[in-house]
Each structure stands twice: as C-alpha cells, then as structure tokens.
Design a protein around this ligand. Sequence first.
Ligand code: PEP
Length: 252
Amino acid sequence: MNRKMMIAGNWKMNGLSAEGIGLAKEIAAKVKQKKRTCEFVVCPPFTLLNLVKKALRGSKIALGAQDCHFAEKGAHTGDISPVMLRDLGCEYVILGHSERRADHKESSALVAKKVEAAHNCWLKTIVCVGETLEQRESGKTIEVCSRQVRESLPEGSRAANVVVAYEPVWAIGTGKTPTPQEVEDVHAAIRQVLAKKIGKSEAAKMRILYGGSVKPANAKEMLTLEDVDGALIGGASLKADDFIAISDNAGC
Ligand code: PEP
C-alpha cells in the first residue's frame, strides 16, 4: 500500500513570537528544496498559530494545532474550538496526546468527541495512543493501544481525515525508544484494530506514525519500517536542522 509519509512537528508549549516565526521560516525554506514526496505538518502552540501561518505562506507545509474543545463555541473559558482552528487556517489538530490524557485527565471517550467535532469542521486529526511504562512492563502494550484506538476514533473516521500516532508514553522526551520490531508489532496490531473498526481497505490506507524520542540518528531504523508511515516529533522538531534531517533519513 502506497501511503504518503508524514513528518509532523509537535512544538508543545514552546516558543515566543520571534522564535516561532524564525523556526517556521527556516523549516519552510528547507522543505522548499525537497522533492515533496512527504507531507509536512507543524503544530505550534495556539498563541503562534496565526504568526506561523503567515510565516509558512507559499510553502506546502500544513498547520496543525495541539488540541481543541468538542464544542463549536460557548461558555468554555480558556478553550479553543475546532471552528476557531479552521478559521486560523489549521488543517490538522493533534488529539489525545498522552500529555493531555495525563495532565487534563482526558479519556478516550472525550478524545473521540473532540475528533468528531474536528471532523465536522473539516479538520484532519492526528490521534495519539500509547502505553505507559507500567502497562508495557505488565505486557499490556497491545491491549492498551488497541483499546485506545477503538475508543478514541468516532464514527466517520477515515484514512482521509485521521492519522494515528503510536507514542509510547515512556519514550516521549526520554531518549528511550522501543526496538524497531516492537514498533512494527504495535503498528501491525493497530492496523488490525482499524480493519475491524473501519474496514480493511480504509485501514490499509490510514497512516500510522511513530512518536517518542525520534532523532536524526534513529530516524532511519524507526521510520523505514513497513507499517510506519512517518513520525510525530516533539523535542527534535524545535530545531529546523534536526527536523529536516529526520525527514531526510526517513526518505523524504
Ligand atoms: C511528542 O510528545 O509527541 C513526542 C514525540 O515528543 P519527543 O519527540 O520529544 O519524544
């Protein structure tokens, strides 16, 4: 199956105006020199979305946000709606990241509501799943990830509007990674769950990214696996050279 590789940067809660604009422009200039065989996405914090959108003008890099509410508008102090993200020019939104599941007690049921709301306003979603170290050590990795995929994807999820990101919680920002074989096993299991949920042909088309301490040095072994369709990159996406080097090593 010919799935287009995706290289997505999750900037998390990092960057003030000048830095964000600078980083976006640097990435855009470097991506421009590429053959464009991959899809690039950058997901800055809400505060930088507008500025980064302008900095990316004329590039093929898509803009993404890191979360949204499930309501279109209303009394939700401090929240941002999917319609607002669309209005700002976002094409993607990351939902269900483990930091939100942990810091904001987001359940898969809530994630599914957000994913549905995002799809309803034509946003595409990057839906994150992944096991904690404790779950991994008790042999529950596949069970946990499978359940999260089943429960976090609403009706109407398709390869055209969803990208799944497998991010082991213990690998995020730690420099630790699963072995390539372990990643391949989890991705294959996720694809099986998807096949049951959305049908075999949609599942075969849906991209599954790996995320968790992806660096230029490990990108080749992690991102050239059969069932790995790109990367969701945290720390290393804050340096244009590293972000691009990862994409180079992934064959983009
Ligand atoms: C992430 O949080 O999505 C992530 C993958 O982080 P890092 O690359 O820093 O491990």
